[in-house]
Design a protein. Structure first.
Length: 278
């Protein structure tokens, strides 16, 4: 009898853990009584062969598990929280490995567009698209950070993902840098106005800057320019960056329109402890 009780509670614990996994892999199943009953029944059925080899009554086990979990819902809550924390930690570790593998391509690539202090003690990396409204929103953060931090290095990664217009303009923008023109002035001008950023807008901006647009187009069509953009795609894929803007600082990837104070906080942390989060 005692052995059967031990087996029963052991099975209950194992199936409770499995139930949590079912909940995460089958998000359509509600966590009400009917939902738990459905999931448990499915689990019991899958384990029919194993259960038939024991003296435990399957129906009784089914009822016991249901009653126990429905009477103690915080068990599932605690297990869910623990699993989420574990998944977050695994993601942090995965990101750390990917960042290490991509370190040279991110920070030391000879084609990097660098603003601020090239020898700065902290590097902030931004991935952006000229037709991304959130990139336009955070664009003023760059000069604000640089104006107040002479030791900051900002690396710009052209990451055109919002259509052919974005790709065409990214090519021209990289060509601006390669030809020795004022990249930041061109970059900032493209973000002004509400219209979509296209080749025509880039042409207008270049003429306002007294830049020969024919020369600029010829440079933009060189295969080396496409290779630079491909490197941004390679990094983004490795780091699961699938939107813009996205920032990299230290061991952390910050997606979306991050507030300038949040960026400044991470920069200060890098100086204090060598990590974005001390």
């Amino acid at each position: 009898m005692q052995r059967s009780i031990i087996i029963l509670y052991g099975a209950m614990l194992a199936l409770a853990i499995t139930l949590l996994l079912f909940v995460f892999t089958r998000p359509e199943a509600p966590l009400d009584e009917a939902g738990v009953r459905s999931i448990v029944s499915e689990m019991i059925e899958e384990r029919g062969e194993q259960s038939s080899n024991s003296n435990i009554d399957k129906e009784q086990l089914n009822i016991s598990i249901e009653q126990y979990l429905l009477s103690n819902p915080r068990i599932l809550e605690s297990m869910s929280s623990a699993l989420q924390a574990e998944n977050r930690q695994l993601e942090v570790e995965r990101t750390g490995v990917a960042l290490l593998a991509m370190k040279d391509l991110i920070y030391n690539d000879e084609d990097n567009i660098v603003l601020g202090n090239p020898d700065g003690d902290v590097a902030l990396v931004e991935f952006f698209d000229y037709n991304c409204p959130f990139c336009k929103q955070v664009m003023p953060h760059i000069p604000e950070l640089l104006d107040n931090d002479p030791n900051l290095k900002i690396i710009i990664k052209e990451f055109p993902i919002l259509g052919q217009d974005s790709v065409d303009v990214a090519r021209l923008s990289i060509a601006i840098e390669r030809l020795g023109h004022d990249y930041w002035a061109f970059h900032k001008a493209l973000f002004t106005g509400r219209e979509r950023v296209t080749i025509e807008k880039a042409r207008k901006v270049s003429l306002e800057m007294n830049i020969n647009f024919i020369e600029l187009e010829l440079e933009a069509k060189k295969p080396e320019i496409d290779e630079i953009i491909k490197k941004s795609y390679t990094i983004a894929e490795a780091l699961s960056i699938n939107g813009t803007p996205a920032f990299i600082i230290g061991e952390e990837i910050l997606p979306g329109a991050v507030d300038v104070e949040e960026l400044r906080y991470r920069i200060e942390n890098m100086r204090e402890c060598g990590k974005a989060n001390c």
